[in-house]
Design a protein around this ligand. Structure first.
Ligand SMILES: Cc1cc2nc3c(=O)[nH]c(=O)nc-3n(C[C@H](O)[C@H](O)[C@H](O)COP(=O)(O)O)c2cc1C
Length: 405
């Protein structure tokens, strides 16, 4: 199930907001990724960007007038919302949102959407006061009720000088919502809990013990679950990776915080993947003041942290929840993973080597072996994104559907 726009047909409905020019870049990205892109514009949108820009980028004539398009026989007023894979409204003005909420069909954009049978994504973008007005909030709530996907705007400085929510999100974010629509919703109805990243165990206000985990594998797993239609919670230690609004992110720092957050949330999840590299030890005593450099040796006494995976193995309902752990090992990979599988009572352990530069901590690639009760399934050396895909393929093939009753 590769995530790609290749050979997909996307309709972009551009309405009259100041951010319309940004959507030209989105159309260009889609075309570069081999998508077929049709653009439909409102009259107001044409005040902000020329149809010629879009037709030049997409190689296809832009639809702007319902009656001209109909007369030319190129489309009917209802076909735009039927024959593509997805219809993306961006930027979506307060005005068009109000028209859609009221079921109006007064131009080709609103008519196509009212008659649509394909998934619709709406990206509101407007001044903060317009966005926060109760009328707009109510209209957006109605669109949600109608089944449209709403990508919430970003908060920041606006073209008019105001500050707040209302900015069009980046393509980096919106493209993930489109890719989710293009992906089979094999995990719809599931709640997936993923942990990622390292933890930090403080020695004093300046120093901590940590590890080299980048969080990339856990973030890739969370995104893959999102693409497959799951509701996803990502509990993450400190990383430099960007958050994504489609995934609930809970940030933690220490092993104890990771433990407490996981324990307060695991019950709502049907699939739990413990990808975080949680510290096994922490300093028994933390200094409230910065420890001074002295000639004498500085000895840190360590104590073990809570074993989160083992506790989940005891607490989870193994008939209704799938529990998956990661093992980052430097030797005896498979036997170590099997020991963990049994001792911690998991369904699966994904083990990878941390001594090869192309696998494990920090790398963009990984090579994991899935160790389970029936044996071991090696996955190829590939990107962490592809590894996440292959892991979910395995999970779906071997552990779903969960037992019920
Ligand atoms: C300079 C300028 C910028 C505007 N920017 C926005 C905007 O970002 N979002 C919005 O909802 N309306 C914006 N408007 C107002 C819309 O263009 C106006 O409501 C129009 O009727 C929208 O028509 P449409 O929804 O059919 O495209 C702007 C108007 C002007 C003059």
């Amino acid at each position: 199930m590769a995530h790609s726009f290749s050979n997909k047909h996307i309709v972009i409905a551009v309405t009259g907001g100041i951010a319309a020019y940004k959507v030209a870049g989105w159309a260009s990205s889609l075309v570069k990724e081999q998508a077929v892109v049709d653009v439909v514009m409102t009259e107001a949108a044409k005040q902000f960007i020329s149809p010629l820009t879009f037709s030049s980028l997409t190689g296809r004539a832009v639809f702007d007038d319902m009656f001209t398009a109909e007369r030319s026989g190129r489309i009917s007023h209802i076909s735009l919302g039927r024959e593509a894979d997805c219809l993306l409204v961006a930027p979506a003005t307060a005005n068009t949102i109000a028209h859609l909420a009221g079921g109006q069909a007064d131009n080709l954009v609103t008519t196509s959407i009212l008659a649509a049978t394909i998934p619709i994504i709406v990206c509101p973008a407007m001044n903060v006061k317009m966005y926060e007005h109760r009328a707009t909030r109510n209209n957006i709530a109605l669109l949600r009720e109608y089944g449209y996907e709403i990508v919430e705007p970003e908060t920041g400085a606006m073209a008019c000088g105001d500050f707040g929510p209302g900015r069009l999100p980046t393509w980096e974010i919106v493209s993930k919502y489109v890719l989710r629509i293009l992906t089979d919703s094999t995990l719809a109805g599931h709640h997936v809990l993923v942990t990622a990243g390292p933890t930090r165990e403080h020695l004093d206000p300046a120093r901590y013990l940590s590890n080299r985990s980048s969080g990339k594998m856990g973030y890739a797993l969370a995104l893959e679950a999102f693409y497959r239609g799951a509701a996803v919670t990502l509990i993450s230690g400190p990383t430099t990776l960007p958050s994504f609004p489609g995934i609930e992110l809970v940030e933690v720092e220490t092993a104890q915080e990771m433990h407490d957050t996981v324990m307060s949330r695991y019950q709502q999840s049907s699939i739990i993947i413990k990808g975080a590299a949680v510290a096994d030890f922490r300093a028994k005593h933390q200094s409230a003041q910065k420890i001074k450099k002295q000639d004498a040796t500085y000895v840190v006494e360590l104590e073990p942290t809570a074993d989160i995976l083992a506790e989940l193995g005891r607490r989870c309902d193994m008939n209704h929840q799938i529990l998956i752990g990661f093992a980052a090992e430097s030797e005896n990979l498979e036997s170590e993973a099997r020991r963990k599988l049994v001792q911690k009572n998991c369904h699966l352990i994904a083990v990878n080597s941390i001594v090869s530069p192309s696998t494990g901590f920090g790398a963009d690639t990984n090579q994991v072996t899935l160790v389970h009760k029936k044996g071991a399934t090696p996955l190829p050396l590939t990107s962490k994104e592809k590894t996440a895909e292959l892991m979910f393929d395995y999970i779906e093939d071997h552990f779903l559907p969960l037992q019920t009753g």
